[in-house]
Ligand binder design. Structure first.
Ligand code: NQM
Length: 362
């Protein structure tokens, strides 16, 4: 099934329809999407990382209810398929797909599907409307980067902190100097490097084409990314899609709290990834992290249990095509690493096509 999930698009498969052997599976996926080829003319890929995505969904293999979701990112112009990252946009389609395929049978007017994200071992609960036993894709919710409106898919995340790097702040620091640039290295669902746009000679308000054309900026970002990847425990990230690189600047709109430009990691995102946004929003609310000093509207904190402080914030991130809202709750204690209590977002998703795909012969 081809679906739009949030601001991404890709093919959703039942796990039983794909080979078990990862090498065989990845080879088949490359032939389905038409990679490697910048135009993907002989496949169903969309010639961009954001429209060349794969979700593999199956019955829960471990303890607990729900379904398993493995995200795979095929490269457009290289014969590579990566399972190194999660995708919160494709995640928005997983619950509806699970209902469509009979993996989950909803009761009533709303489905709540627990989704085990195989890439990081964390869990999300998707809540979305049901009509006559099937997902109702129409509704009033709109998200930046998608024309029109659709039904809201609410995603509540559990245990996403440190899913790839082992800790929310993989170096234990709120800021690190990496290759001479102040960075906050954070993983609240997506390994992300947060930097001030001004520290890299940008304003942070440029459009994607301008940023992608700036070869000096891109070389500098890649130097920082490789060094940050090692510091984050990700090893040599030369061929990896993580960490993502986010430039921040003061917000420009009345409703925005922080302006962002994100590289994923080489192309500039027309918006921002879901878990990338949750990670940036988390960094932004932490006093002394990069970008916190630019955050509009203060920290939104209050006293927490026994000497701790509680931060509960809806953070509106500006990005090249609009805004993205992430709700984050954290508890901080002096001298201790902040603990993430919850994170949630709203996305929409839509079934686009259901049928048989014909892979390029091997
Ligand atoms: O951060 C793009 C996207 C993503 C990933 C990327 C995502 C996320 O926008 O959870 O959704 O960062 O590669 O789909």
């Amino acid at each position: 099934m081809l679906m739009r999930g949030g601001t991404s698009k890709g093919a959703y498969f039942r796990s039983l329809d794909l080979p078990d052997d990862p090498a065989e599976r990845d080879d088949l996926i490359l032939r389905i999407v038409g990679s490697p080829d910048p135009r993907q003319i002989d496949g169903i890929g969309g010639a961009h990382a954001l429209t060349t995505k794969v979700a593999v969904v199956g019955p829960r293999s471990g303890p607990g209810a729900g379904v398993d979701y493995l995200f795979l990112q095929p490269s457009v112009d290289e014969p590579l398929v990566s399972d190194a990252q999660n995708c919160g946009n494709m995640l928005a389609g997983v619950g509806p797909f699970a209902v469509e395929r009979g993996l989950v049978t909803p009761n009533g007017a709303e489905a709540r599907v627990r989704i085990h994200m195989v890439n990081t071992g964390s869990v999300a609960t998707a809540t979305f409307p049901i009509r006559d036993g099937m997902p109702d894709y129409s509704g009033p919710a709109s998200i930046a980067g998608v024309p029109g409106t659709a039904a809201a898919v609410r995603l509540d995340f559990e245990d996403i902190a440190g899913g790839s790097c082992g800790a929310l702040l993989p170096t234990g620091n709120l800021t690190d100097s990496v290759e001479g640039v102040d960075c906050t290295l954070v993983d609240n669902g997506m390994p992300t490097v947060v930097m001030r746009a001004g520290d890299l000679g940008a304003t942070g308000y440029e459009d994607c084409a301008t940023l992608e054309a700036d070869s000096r900026l891109r070389i500098r970002l890649e130097e920082v990314r490789r060094a940050a990847g090692r510091l984050m425990g990700l090893g040599d990230v030369t061929d990896s899609t993580v960490p993502k690189m986010t430039l921040v600047a003061p917000p420009r709109t009345a409703e925005g709290h922080l302006c962002t430009r994100t590289f994923i990691p080489h192309r500039c995102h027309e918006a921002i990834g879901v878990l990338g946004a949750v990670s940036v929003a988390t960094a932004a609310v932490l006093p002394d992290a990069v970008g916190n000093e630019m955050l509009h509207d203060g920290a939104g904190g209050g006293p927490g249990p026994a000497g701790a402080s509680r931060i509960d914030r809806m953070v509106t991130l500006e990005h090249p095509t609009g805004t993205f809202e992430a709700a984050v709750s954290l508890t901080t204690r002096p001298g201790a690493v902040p603990a993430v209590e919850s994170a949630g977002i709203i996305r929409t998703a839509r079934k686009l096509f259901d049928g048989v795909v014909f892979p390029r012969p091997s």
